[in-house]
Design a protein around this ligand. Structure first.
Ligand SMILES: [Zn+2]
Length: 280
Protein backbone atom coordinates (compact mmCIF):
# COMPACT_ATOMS: atom_id res chain seq x y z
CA UNK A 1 0.00 0.00 0.00
CA UNK A 2 1.46 3.28 -1.08
CA UNK A 3 1.75 6.23 1.19
CA UNK A 4 -1.41 8.19 1.61
CA UNK A 5 -0.66 11.83 1.27
CA UNK A 6 -3.02 14.26 2.88
CA UNK A 7 -2.38 17.84 1.90
CA UNK A 8 -4.10 20.22 4.19
CA UNK A 9 -6.13 23.31 3.59
CA UNK A 10 -4.42 26.62 3.60
CA UNK A 11 -5.36 29.54 5.77
CA UNK A 12 -6.51 32.62 3.97
CA UNK A 13 -5.20 35.39 6.19
CA UNK A 14 -2.21 37.50 5.36
CA UNK A 15 0.32 36.11 7.75
CA UNK A 16 3.49 35.35 5.87
CA UNK A 17 3.39 31.69 6.79
CA UNK A 18 0.09 31.31 5.09
CA UNK A 19 1.66 30.24 1.88
CA UNK A 20 3.41 27.50 3.76
CA UNK A 21 1.30 24.55 3.02
CA UNK A 22 2.12 20.99 3.67
CA UNK A 23 0.63 17.60 3.94
CA UNK A 24 1.19 14.30 5.59
CA UNK A 25 2.50 11.10 4.14
CA UNK A 26 0.61 8.96 6.55
CA UNK A 27 1.99 5.52 7.19
CA UNK A 28 -1.39 4.15 8.06
CA UNK A 29 -4.61 5.23 6.53
CA UNK A 30 -6.89 6.11 9.36
CA UNK A 31 -10.38 7.48 9.65
CA UNK A 32 -10.72 11.01 10.85
CA UNK A 33 -11.13 10.45 14.56
CA UNK A 34 -13.38 13.34 15.27
CA UNK A 35 -15.98 14.09 12.62
CA UNK A 36 -17.15 17.63 12.35
CA UNK A 37 -20.21 18.21 14.43
CA UNK A 38 -19.55 15.75 17.21
CA UNK A 39 -17.88 18.22 19.49
CA UNK A 40 -19.37 19.28 22.74
CA UNK A 41 -21.98 21.97 22.39
CA UNK A 42 -21.28 25.24 21.52
CA UNK A 43 -20.01 27.39 24.25
CA UNK A 44 -17.84 29.92 22.55
CA UNK A 45 -14.35 28.53 22.94
CA UNK A 46 -13.57 27.78 26.54
CA UNK A 47 -11.96 30.74 28.20
CA UNK A 48 -8.22 30.43 28.19
CA UNK A 49 -6.93 31.29 31.60
CA UNK A 50 -3.26 31.50 30.76
CA UNK A 51 -1.68 33.97 28.40
CA UNK A 52 2.03 33.57 27.73
CA UNK A 53 3.99 36.78 28.02
CA UNK A 54 7.33 38.18 26.97
CA UNK A 55 9.79 35.62 25.67
CA UNK A 56 7.15 32.89 26.01
CA UNK A 57 4.52 34.69 23.92
CA UNK A 58 5.21 32.35 20.98
CA UNK A 59 3.23 29.75 22.92
CA UNK A 60 -0.05 31.61 22.57
CA UNK A 61 -2.45 30.19 20.00
CA UNK A 62 -1.86 31.87 16.66
CA UNK A 63 -4.62 33.83 15.04
CA UNK A 64 -3.48 32.72 11.60
CA UNK A 65 -1.18 30.33 9.82
CA UNK A 66 1.33 28.18 11.65
CA UNK A 67 3.21 28.32 14.95
CA UNK A 68 6.45 30.25 14.89
CA UNK A 69 8.99 29.58 17.59
CA UNK A 70 11.66 32.29 17.83
CA UNK A 71 15.30 32.09 16.78
CA UNK A 72 16.43 31.98 20.40
CA UNK A 73 14.55 28.72 20.92
CA UNK A 74 16.17 27.09 17.91
CA UNK A 75 19.60 28.46 18.80
CA UNK A 76 19.26 26.89 22.24
CA UNK A 77 18.32 23.55 20.67
CA UNK A 78 21.20 23.78 18.20
CA UNK A 79 23.49 24.09 21.19
CA UNK A 80 22.73 20.46 22.02
CA UNK A 81 24.02 19.26 18.64
CA UNK A 82 27.52 19.10 17.28
CA UNK A 83 28.57 20.87 14.12
CA UNK A 84 27.19 19.54 10.86
CA UNK A 85 29.56 17.92 8.41
CA UNK A 86 28.45 18.38 4.82
CA UNK A 87 29.92 16.15 2.12
CA UNK A 88 31.14 17.42 -1.23
CA UNK A 89 28.35 17.90 -3.74
CA UNK A 90 27.79 15.03 -6.12
CA UNK A 91 26.04 15.97 -9.34
CA UNK A 92 23.33 13.79 -10.82
CA UNK A 93 22.63 14.47 -14.48
CA UNK A 94 19.01 13.52 -14.17
CA UNK A 95 16.95 13.27 -11.01
CA UNK A 96 13.24 12.55 -10.87
CA UNK A 97 11.46 15.05 -8.59
CA UNK A 98 8.21 14.30 -6.76
CA UNK A 99 6.13 15.64 -9.66
CA UNK A 100 8.00 13.22 -12.00
CA UNK A 101 9.82 15.98 -13.86
CA UNK A 102 13.55 15.49 -14.24
CA UNK A 103 16.51 17.81 -14.11
CA UNK A 104 20.08 18.01 -12.89
CA UNK A 105 20.44 17.62 -9.14
CA UNK A 106 23.06 17.88 -6.45
CA UNK A 107 23.27 15.29 -3.71
CA UNK A 108 25.03 15.80 -0.40
CA UNK A 109 25.19 14.07 2.93
CA UNK A 110 24.74 16.02 6.14
CA UNK A 111 26.20 14.31 9.19
CA UNK A 112 25.28 15.48 12.68
CA UNK A 113 26.53 13.60 15.72
CA UNK A 114 26.89 10.41 13.71
CA UNK A 115 23.50 10.60 11.99
CA UNK A 116 23.63 10.88 8.21
CA UNK A 117 20.87 12.58 6.25
CA UNK A 118 20.85 12.63 2.48
CA UNK A 119 19.94 15.93 0.84
CA UNK A 120 18.92 16.15 -2.80
CA UNK A 121 18.54 19.61 -4.26
CA UNK A 122 18.51 21.37 -7.62
CA UNK A 123 21.59 23.09 -8.98
CA UNK A 124 21.97 26.76 -8.03
CA UNK A 125 20.51 27.70 -11.38
CA UNK A 126 17.56 25.38 -10.87
CA UNK A 127 16.90 26.80 -7.41
CA UNK A 128 17.05 30.45 -8.41
CA UNK A 129 14.09 32.56 -7.28
CA UNK A 130 12.33 29.69 -5.54
CA UNK A 131 13.05 30.57 -1.92
CA UNK A 132 14.45 27.13 -1.20
CA UNK A 133 16.97 26.54 1.58
CA UNK A 134 20.65 26.06 0.95
CA UNK A 135 22.19 22.85 2.22
CA UNK A 136 23.84 24.91 4.96
CA UNK A 137 20.46 26.30 6.06
CA UNK A 138 19.02 22.79 6.07
CA UNK A 139 21.94 21.51 8.12
CA UNK A 140 21.39 24.25 10.72
CA UNK A 141 17.66 23.55 10.85
CA UNK A 142 18.40 19.85 11.33
CA UNK A 143 20.74 20.63 14.21
CA UNK A 144 17.81 22.32 15.99
CA UNK A 145 15.75 19.12 15.95
CA UNK A 146 16.39 17.00 19.05
CA UNK A 147 18.49 13.95 18.12
CA UNK A 148 15.83 11.41 19.07
CA UNK A 149 13.41 13.12 16.66
CA UNK A 150 15.94 13.82 13.94
CA UNK A 151 16.71 10.11 13.90
CA UNK A 152 13.40 9.52 12.12
CA UNK A 153 14.31 11.63 9.11
CA UNK A 154 16.79 10.18 6.64
CA UNK A 155 16.18 12.04 3.38
CA UNK A 156 15.41 15.64 2.45
CA UNK A 157 14.33 16.45 -1.06
CA UNK A 158 14.41 20.12 -2.01
CA UNK A 159 12.29 20.19 -5.12
CA UNK A 160 12.54 22.91 -7.76
CA UNK A 161 9.05 22.02 -8.98
CA UNK A 162 5.76 22.13 -7.06
CA UNK A 163 4.25 19.21 -5.26
CA UNK A 164 2.11 16.98 -7.45
CA UNK A 165 -0.43 17.10 -4.63
CA UNK A 166 -1.68 20.62 -5.14
CA UNK A 167 -4.47 21.44 -2.79
CA UNK A 168 -7.44 23.46 -3.92
CA UNK A 169 -6.39 26.31 -1.71
CA UNK A 170 -2.80 26.90 -2.67
CA UNK A 171 0.80 25.90 -2.79
CA UNK A 172 2.17 23.01 -0.78
CA UNK A 173 5.43 24.16 0.78
CA UNK A 174 6.44 20.95 2.47
CA UNK A 175 5.56 17.36 3.22
CA UNK A 176 6.83 14.91 5.77
CA UNK A 177 6.34 11.20 6.19
CA UNK A 178 8.04 7.83 6.02
CA UNK A 179 11.41 9.31 6.94
CA UNK A 180 11.42 11.83 4.13
CA UNK A 181 10.93 15.58 4.12
CA UNK A 182 10.14 17.40 0.90
CA UNK A 183 10.34 21.15 0.54
CA UNK A 184 8.87 22.99 -2.43
CA UNK A 185 9.17 26.47 -3.93
CA UNK A 186 7.29 29.22 -2.08
CA UNK A 187 6.53 32.79 -3.04
CA UNK A 188 7.84 34.57 0.06
CA UNK A 189 11.52 35.02 0.91
CA UNK A 190 12.57 32.62 3.68
CA UNK A 191 14.99 33.10 6.57
CA UNK A 192 16.73 30.55 8.78
CA UNK A 193 13.91 30.88 11.32
CA UNK A 194 11.36 29.90 8.67
CA UNK A 195 13.36 26.79 7.79
CA UNK A 196 13.86 25.97 11.48
CA UNK A 197 10.11 26.03 12.08
CA UNK A 198 9.25 24.21 8.85
CA UNK A 199 11.77 21.41 9.25
CA UNK A 200 10.77 20.84 12.85
CA UNK A 201 7.12 20.70 11.78
CA UNK A 202 7.81 18.28 8.92
CA UNK A 203 10.11 16.10 11.00
CA UNK A 204 7.19 15.81 13.43
CA UNK A 205 5.32 13.86 10.76
CA UNK A 206 8.19 11.39 10.62
CA UNK A 207 8.24 11.10 14.41
CA UNK A 208 4.53 10.28 14.44
CA UNK A 209 5.31 7.03 12.70
CA UNK A 210 7.08 5.88 15.83
CA UNK A 211 4.16 6.60 18.16
CA UNK A 212 1.20 6.04 15.88
CA UNK A 213 1.03 2.51 14.63
CA UNK A 214 -2.74 2.37 14.29
CA UNK A 215 -5.89 4.44 14.14
CA UNK A 216 -6.33 4.10 17.90
CA UNK A 217 -3.07 5.96 18.50
CA UNK A 218 -4.11 8.76 16.18
CA UNK A 219 -7.44 8.94 17.97
CA UNK A 220 -5.71 9.17 21.33
CA UNK A 221 -3.77 12.22 20.20
CA UNK A 222 -6.92 13.86 18.87
CA UNK A 223 -8.66 13.17 22.18
CA UNK A 224 -5.85 14.91 24.05
CA UNK A 225 -5.93 17.81 21.60
CA UNK A 226 -9.68 18.20 21.96
CA UNK A 227 -9.36 18.23 25.73
CA UNK A 228 -7.15 21.32 25.62
CA UNK A 229 -9.04 24.59 25.44
CA UNK A 230 -6.66 26.01 22.81
CA UNK A 231 -4.99 24.83 19.65
CA UNK A 232 -1.52 26.01 18.67
CA UNK A 233 -2.57 27.46 15.32
CA UNK A 234 -5.38 27.34 12.79
CA UNK A 235 -3.10 25.13 10.71
CA UNK A 236 -3.11 22.55 13.49
CA UNK A 237 -6.77 21.95 12.70
CA UNK A 238 -5.87 20.63 9.24
CA UNK A 239 -5.28 17.04 10.31
CA UNK A 240 -4.51 15.21 13.54
CA UNK A 241 -0.98 14.82 12.21
CA UNK A 242 -0.65 18.56 11.75
CA UNK A 243 -1.91 19.18 15.26
CA UNK A 244 0.88 16.93 16.51
CA UNK A 245 3.49 18.58 14.28
CA UNK A 246 2.46 22.11 15.20
CA UNK A 247 2.47 21.30 18.90
CA UNK A 248 5.79 19.51 18.57
CA UNK A 249 7.43 22.78 17.52
CA UNK A 250 6.20 24.42 20.73
CA UNK A 251 7.10 21.38 22.82
CA UNK A 252 10.68 21.33 21.59
CA UNK A 253 11.01 25.07 22.04
CA UNK A 254 9.61 25.21 25.57
CA UNK A 255 10.70 21.94 27.14
CA UNK A 256 13.27 22.50 29.84
CA UNK A 257 13.01 26.29 29.66
CA UNK A 258 11.34 28.98 31.74
CA UNK A 259 8.41 28.75 29.30
CA UNK A 260 7.63 25.10 30.07
CA UNK A 261 5.25 25.78 32.96
CA UNK A 262 3.25 28.19 30.83
CA UNK A 263 3.12 25.73 27.93
CA UNK A 264 1.74 23.08 30.26
CA UNK A 265 -0.99 25.44 31.39
CA UNK A 266 -2.07 26.35 27.87
CA UNK A 267 -1.81 22.82 26.41
CA UNK A 268 -1.99 20.49 29.44
CA UNK A 269 -3.32 17.42 27.65
CA UNK A 270 -1.08 17.64 24.61
CA UNK A 271 1.91 18.21 26.86
CA UNK A 272 1.14 15.16 28.99
CA UNK A 273 0.58 13.00 25.91
CA UNK A 274 3.86 14.10 24.33
CA UNK A 275 5.69 13.43 27.59
CA UNK A 276 4.16 9.96 27.73
CA UNK A 277 5.57 9.22 24.26
CA UNK A 278 8.98 10.43 25.35
CA UNK A 279 9.06 8.11 28.32
CA UNK A 280 8.23 5.03 26.26
ZN1 LIG B 1 2.21 19.15 8.27
Amino acid sequence: MGPNRQPSPLGQTKHRHDDIEDGTLARTASPHPSPVGTKAPAAPAKARSTVAKGACAYLNPRAGGTVTAPSEAFDRLRGKSGAAKVSSPETKDSYTWPDKSTSKAVQQEVEIDGQKIRVVRPTDDGAKGKNLPTTKELAEALRAIPADQRAHTSVIVVSPTPSPDKSASGTIAGEGGSGEIRLYPVTAAQAQNDFDNRLTHESGHNVQGQFWTGAGDVHDWQTAADADSSRPSPYAASTTGDDFSEFNVLFNAARGTACEATAKKIYPNRWAKMESYRSK
